[in-house]
Design a binder for this molecule. Sequence first.
Ligand SMILES: [Zn+2]
Length: 123
Amino acid sequence: MSKLYNILSLKCPRCRKGKLFAKHNPYSFKGSLDMPKHCPVCDQDFMIEPGFYIGALWTSFPIVILIMAILSVILLIGFKMDLNWFFVTIAVVLFLLQPVIIRLGRAIWIHIFVDYEKTLTEK
Ligand SMILES: [Zn+2]
């Protein structure tokens, strides 16, 4: 299982088994960003330091840029969309994708700091 797949499936970076988020559905009204303090499988600390996930802004921002770039090509070049409608569409899409983007950004962020330990899964 690759690191990218592990990030996309929002799993613990250390054991690649435990879930990073308490709720599976990113659109559950309450607590979609709730994370357990420790990995339920390998006990890896998910809150490495206070405010750890503030840094995840640096990993969710590129995702936003990527989505905007892809939408720009599709809507402006593909559909020749009016610029005003384009900005409305971008705003709506980014707003709707917000929970998914934040969760992915956090997953990437913790994967930068915590390495996979193969021995944990071989037990
Ligand atoms: Zn774990």
